[in-house]
Design a protein around this ligand. Structure first.
Ligand SMILES: NC(=O)c1ccc[n+]([C@@H]2O[C@H](COP(=O)([O-])OP(=O)(O)OC[C@H]3O[C@@H](n4cnc5c(N)ncnc54)[C@H](O)[C@@H]3O)[C@@H](O)[C@H]2O)c1
Length: 285
């Protein structure tokens, strides 16, 4: 029997964390939504409220069900609030030091049986697991953005991840209405090893003056049947996250084909991070 997860700690209430909290609460789990910053935690909850209210307007959800989902989410600014959780999903900033610090604390605070998952886009699961005393219970649970809409969860097994933990996480993904795909621990896994070099190449096209962002996106939408152009998608993912993933690929494979485009670095340094800051390859009001 695969143990069931009923209480979930979500660490990081940004665009991914609040989406994960929403789908988990909608699946009936009790959720603690944690962020270092109370304002960000509240912003995360406001986003969930907005999403659910939209579903009510569209007649896809009753007001009663919306209130039930919201009642299952508790905001937190201390990881201690997750001390009785069966599992944690970490969705904090894509940075190894931040993540390993969080995992050390989770390992100390959560019950021995608890599973510790990370929503990292590219960082090595095995390395994150190694800072804990329970590497067999550490796993990658990589949701796609926007979480309530996208069906895929890439489940990444670290070197030590046990079969039982993998099965529990797969079952949880299904309970959240997602399809789990099993992947091994290599830089960028499958999704971002393929997606990000394409986005980076689109950025090189802007950098070298091959075409405007609008033209590049139009080529990929109309010519390749992509629902969204690569630069619109980069803005949506967050340019800081895109750069962090390219750095992981570049360092992980030591192959120059993964070098991040200088224009991507420049935008990140300028604070043009895409949608979340109002400006990236496009300007958002
Ligand atoms: N953006 C995407 O499309 C996408 C898709 C899949 C996975 N991811 C991954 O999900 C993770 C989060 O990405 P995001 O896009 O939600 O970023 P984001 O910038 O929107 O949110 C990150 C949040 O983490 C919080 N945070 C930072 N340090 C923390 C700590 N020590 N404890 C608690 N909270 C902390 C920040 O305050 C912020 O609210 C990253 O690992 C990213 O690679 C992102």
């Amino acid at each position: 029997m695969v143990p069931s997860v009923e209480k979930l700690l979500v660490v990081g209430a940004g665009q991914m964390g609040n989406g994960i909290a929403q789908v988990a609460a909608a699946a009936g789990l009790q959720v603690v939504l944690n962020d270092v910053n109370a304002e960000f935690a509240e912003r995360g909850l406001a986003n969930i409220q907005k999403n659910l209210a939209r579903s009510v307007e569209k007649g896809k959800l009753s007001t009663e069900d919306m209130n039930a989902v919201l009642s299952r989410i508790r905001l937190s600014t201390s990881l201690q609030d997750g001390a009785d959780c069966d599992m944690a999903v970490e969705a904090a900033t894509e940075n190894m030091e931040i993540k390993t610090n969080i995992f050390r604390q989770l390992d100390d605070l959560l019950p021995e049986r608890a599973i510790l998952a990370t929503n990292t886009s590219s960082l090595p699961i095995t390395e994150i697991a190694a800072v804990t005393k329970r590497p067999e219970q550490v796993i990658g649970m990589h949701f796609m953005n926007p979480v309530p809409v996208m069906k895929l969860v890439e489940v990444i097994r670290g070197l030590a991840t046990s079969d039982e933990v993998y099965e529990t996480v797969r079952a949880l993904a299904e309970r959240m209405g997602k399809t789990a795909v099993e992947v091994n621990d290599f830089p960028g896994f499958v999704s971002n090893r393929i997606l990000l070099p394409m986005i980076n190449e689109a950025i090189y096209c802007v950098y070298e003056g091959v075409a405007t962002p609008e033209a590049i996106d139009e080529v990929m939408k109309l010519g390749m049947n992509h629902p969204m152009g690569p630069l619109t998608l980069a803005d949506f993912i967050g340019l800081d996250t895109c750069l962090a993933i390219m750095e992981v690929l570049y360092e992980g494979f030591r192959d120059s084909k993964y070098r991040p485009c200088p224009l991507l670095r420049k935008y990140v340094k300028a604070g043009w991070l895409g949608r979340k800051t109002g400006r990236g390859f496009y300007v958002y009001s």
